[in-house]
Design a protein around this ligand. Structure first.
Ligand code: FMN
Length: 71
């Protein structure tokens, strides 16, 4: 997991977009990729690529609206 996140950070630094995907049919993808599941299992897929268009603005709620810090 941390390796993938480092790859994503490094890619972003070079202007390459990525998207972490953990919700996929693991057994099916392992079979398609011919992975020997006695030795290795998939945990995460990360596509990398260059955006065709600029991204639309993101609409996020303010952190203070969804997180309450208790001292
Ligand atoms: C480890 C990890 C796994 C993720 N898996 C999924 C996933 O299976 N499906 C999904 O819709 N988003 C997943 N996300 C979130 C997406 O990568 C992405 O951040 C999210 O869709 C928000 O995209 P946006 O910032 O363009 O709105 C995952 C994020 C992380 C860090």
């Amino acid at each position: 997991m941390f390796l993938a996140l480092n790859m994503m950070n490094a890619a972003a630094f070079k202007g390459i977009d990525s998207c972490a995907i953990a919700g996929f049919e693991r057994e099916a993808v392992e079979e398609i990729l011919g992975i020997d599941t006695k030795k290795q299992r998939l945990s995460l897929m990360v596509p990398f690529g260059y955006r065709l268009n600029e991204q639309p603005p993101k609409y996020r709620r303010n952190l203070g609206d969804i997180v309450k810090f208790i001292n």
